[in-house]
Each structure stands twice: as structure tokens, then as C-alpha cells.
Ligand binder design. Structure first.
Ligand code: 5RP
Length: 229
């Protein structure tokens, strides 16, 4: 008689995909590293092969601290011309690799490091896979003095924008800016939507990653890691 095994927890699925992402790390090179709880699992796994890589370019103060604490050299993005691979999580990903990101407020640096990389490998548990983007509140990093007018533009599109708070104050990003979280949008054309919102004065970065979409998604599922390309 076989004993039924308990389904893997979300945390275990994150560990699984964090470890699976090591297969995409090119020995001898610098790897692009994202931000978030799933990426933290990847960073922990990366530490096991730290002697085989040159180091990392990081997308946040938090990831930099974790990488350095594990003895991984962190390079400034300006000192790197290109990366073979960028590994990061997502708040939502659809079947085409389009994503919503920025739940951890690191979207601007994530997009910058992703733009350096030839390949974006998204690591996520299966709860992040969606048919269409828009359920997760869309993070938008904004210059504080423009927050009001940007919020009104989203309202005109049918969305509701709220300023992200932390400890009773507006959250301040690694870049010294604020985050609007926009609910109620249906993002049916991610490429056009990203281009449109990027042009609004005061928008630093919109959390739709369509121009920098994932080339591969390693999705942690009950029966293991599913690779979506
Ligand atoms: C941070 C991000 C993260 O990749 C996203 O929020 C997913 O995080 P987690 O792995 O903790 O679910 O975009 O800005």
C-alpha cells in the first residue's frame, strides 16, 4: 500500500524552481538576478556554484545584500555590456511570457537588468500562471509629484490606483520614487499597453513586462517543474 504524499507547499515549489534555474546559469559568466521570495531561493541555490561563476548583476538592494552575504560578487550594471541570462520571478505570467511584476517594488531595476540579458528565465509557482494579465494589482513606479495625474489617467481607463504605503508612509523604492498599485485593469494587449503607459510624464516604469518578456518559464507544479517556452 502506498502512503499518499502531501502536496508541495508554495514555499517548496519556489525552492524547486529556484534550484531548476541553475541549469540556465552559464559557468564563467555573470548572471542577472531579480528580486523576491522565489529569487531568494535561486540565490541560495546559486551560492552552491558561486565558485563557477564570475558573479551577478542585481536588481535590488535586497538581492544585492543576499548575494553578498553568500559570498557572490555583485557587479554594477554599468560595468556589464550583456548577460546570457536574467533570472527573476513574476506576479503574473501568461502563456506567451508576458508578465506583471513589481510586487516587491523592484520593477525598474528588474527591467534594466532584464534589458541587458539575451534570455529572461522566469521562475514561479503555478499560482502565477494566468490566462490574461490584470488580476494582480499593476505596480507602476512614479515620480511623486506626478502620482495624482497618473492615477487619474488610470481611472479614465477604468482602473483604481492607490499609493503603496509602508509603515504609514508612502513606500520609497530603491530609486527614491513611489509606487501606484492599479486594480481593475484588463491588460489584453500587453505590448501596446506597456508602450502607452511608459510615455506618460512621471511614469518611471510600468510593471507590465511585454517588451522584456520571459523566454522561458520554469513553473513549479504539484508534479514537478514544468518548462514553458
Ligand atoms: C519584485 C518582483 C517579483 O519578481 C514578484 O513580486 C514575485 O515575487 P515573489 O517571488 O516573492 O512571489 O517583481 O519587484
Amino acid at each position: 500500500m502506498t502512503t499518499p504524499t502531501a502536496p508541495l507547499t508554495q514555499d517548496e515549489l519556489k525552492t524547486l524552481v529556484g534550484q531548476a534555474a541553475l541549469h540556465y546559469v552559464v559557468p564563467g559568466e555573470i548572471v542577472g538576478v531579480g528580486t523576491g521570495s522565489t529569487v531568494n531561493k535561486f540565490i541560495d541555490a546559486l551560492a552552491t556554484m558561486k565558485d563557477q561563476i564570475k558573479g551577478a548583476v542585481s536588481s535590488s538592494v535586497a538581492s544585492t545584500a543576499r548575494l553578498k552575504a553568500l559570498g557572490i560578487t555583485v557587479f554594477d550594471a554599468n560595468d556589464v555590456q550583456s548577460l546570457s541570462v536574467y533570472i527573476d520571478g513574476a506576479d503574473e505570467i501568461d502563456g506567451q511570457g508576458y508578465m506583471v511584476k513589481g510586487g516587491g517594488a523592484a520593477l525598474t531595476r528588474e527591467k534594466i537588468v532584464a534589458a541587458l540579458a539575451k534570455q529572461f528565465v522566469c521562475i514561479a509557482d503555478e499560482s502565477k500562471l494566468v490566462a490574461a494579465l490584470g488580476n494582480f494589482p499593476l505596480p507602476v513606479e512614479v515620480i511623486p509629484m506626478a502620482a495624482g495625474q497618473i492615477a487619474r489617467k488610470f481611472e479614465a481607463m477604468g482602473g483604481t490606483a492607490t499609493l503603496r504605503m509602508k509603515d504609514g508612509q508612502p513606500l520609497v523604492t530603491d530609486n527614491g520614487q513611489h509606487i501606484l498599485d492599479v486594480r481593475g485593469l484588463q491588460i489584453t494587449e500587453p505590448l501596446a499597453f506597456e508602450s502607452q503607459v511608459n510615455q506618460w510624464p512621471g511614469v518611471v516604469t510600468v510593471g507590465v513586462f511585454a517588451h522584456q518578456k520571459a523566454h522561458v518559464c520554469l513553473l513549479g507544479c504539484a508534479d514537478g517543474v514544468r518548462t514553458i517556452t
